[in-house]
Design a binder for this molecule. Structure first.
Ligand code: GTP
Ligand code: MG
Length: 298
């Protein structure tokens, strides 16, 4: 007879922007749920990824980076990360070991001060970090906050991730599994498709522009030949931004659309017809519906 599954818990992945949180989530789940870019503040909401190890079901919550936000929308992003940490059974605090203790990391430690869940320190990017500096970094961080465990990993190469996962599994509270065995996330296909387009936009646009853009999947039509027709709206905040995004003779947007479509086809294993529309909405960052779509507090 099969042993009864008996552990289940929530693990929040928090840290400064760009620490590698989403890269880790994708590796833990074994598929790409969260978008990843070299730019800070890529993730805007909580991304749930579920994985099973031995008798434990672990529900990982990838969160937006914690930083000193000024605008309402960015503040809501940071708040969703902090509340993710508050709701978790274990908090993984991820630090980019190449950058070390930056003012942003200091800020993260300060903001997480009131968290009651046990904290595990995760030094990431050890593939690029100076090995000799890791111990000193660990010590400096442990002087500033109390951590039950320290892991040194590379979310990119997977180095150290299995050991961490095994330990997390044995640290989960006892209890029944909360999700069906084959469920990987609670995200909708529509949302994931919108994020794929946003990832392309983040990669293709410079400076402030990626932060002024939102993507919404407007329609999703399954076709009889097995393909799918997806229409998305890209919201920008000014006509100037719209012009930059569309590019000379529409070339820029066309390139973005082609890359996003290919990515969706790989993910879904079928033909995708992707149609992108650009709308100017100066105020989208102040509109309730954009917060609701991301589960952010308005
Ligand atoms: N060398 C190296 N790069 C990594 C590693 N993990 C992540 N990165 C890179 O770091 C950058 C940021 O990764 P993300 O996973 O988007 O970081 P994040 O913490 O989710 O960032 P935000 O969502 O903006 O808060 C990307 O360019 C990743 O490829 C790692 O282990 N080693
Ligand atoms: Mg992220």
């Amino acid at each position: 007879m099969q042993e009864k599954p008996n552990r289940c818990g929530f693990v929040a992945i928090v840290g400064a922007p760009n620490a590698g949180k989403s890269t880790l989530l994708n590796r833990l789940v074994g598929t790409k749920l969260a978008i990843v870019t070299p730019k800070a503040q890529t993730t805007r909401n909580r991304i749930l990824g579920i994985t099973i190890q031995d008798s434990a079901q672990m529900v990982f919550i990838d969160t937006p980076g914690i930083f000193r936000a000024k605008e309402k929308f960015e503040k809501a992003m940071v708040e969703s990360a902090l509340s993710g940490a508050r709701d978790a059974d274990i908090v993984l605090l991820m630090v980019d070991a190449v950058r070390g203790i930056t003012p942003q990391v200091e800020n993260v430690l300060e903001r997480l001060g009131g968290t009651t869940a046990p904290k595990f320190l995760v030094l990431n990017k050890v593939d690029k970090a100076e090995k000799a500096a890791l111990l000193a970094l660990t010590k400096a961080l442990c002087d500033r906050a109390s951590f039950e465990r320290v892991f040194m990993i590379s979310a990119r190469t997977g180095d150290g991730v299995d050991d961490m996962l095994a330990l997390l599994a044995s640290s989960m509270p006892e209890g029944p599994w909360l999700f069906p065995e084959d469920q990987l996330t609670d995200l909708s296909e529509r949302f994931i498709a919108a994020e794929i387009t946003r990832e392309r936009l983040f990669m293709s646009l410079q400076q402030e522009l990626p932060y002024q853009i939102a993507v919404e999947t407007e329609s999703w039509e399954e076709r009889r030949d097995g393909s799918v027709k997806i229409q998305q709206v890209i919201y920008v905040r000014s006509e100037v931004h719209k012009k930059i995004l569309i590019g000379h003779r529409g070339e820029k947007l066309k390139g973005i659309g082609a890359a996003a479509r290919e990515h969706m086809e790989r993910l879904q294993g079928r033909k995708v017809h992707l149609f992108l529309f650009v709308k100017v909405d100066e105020q989208w960052k102040d509109k309730r519906e954009f917060y609701q779509a991301l589960g952010l507090e308005y």
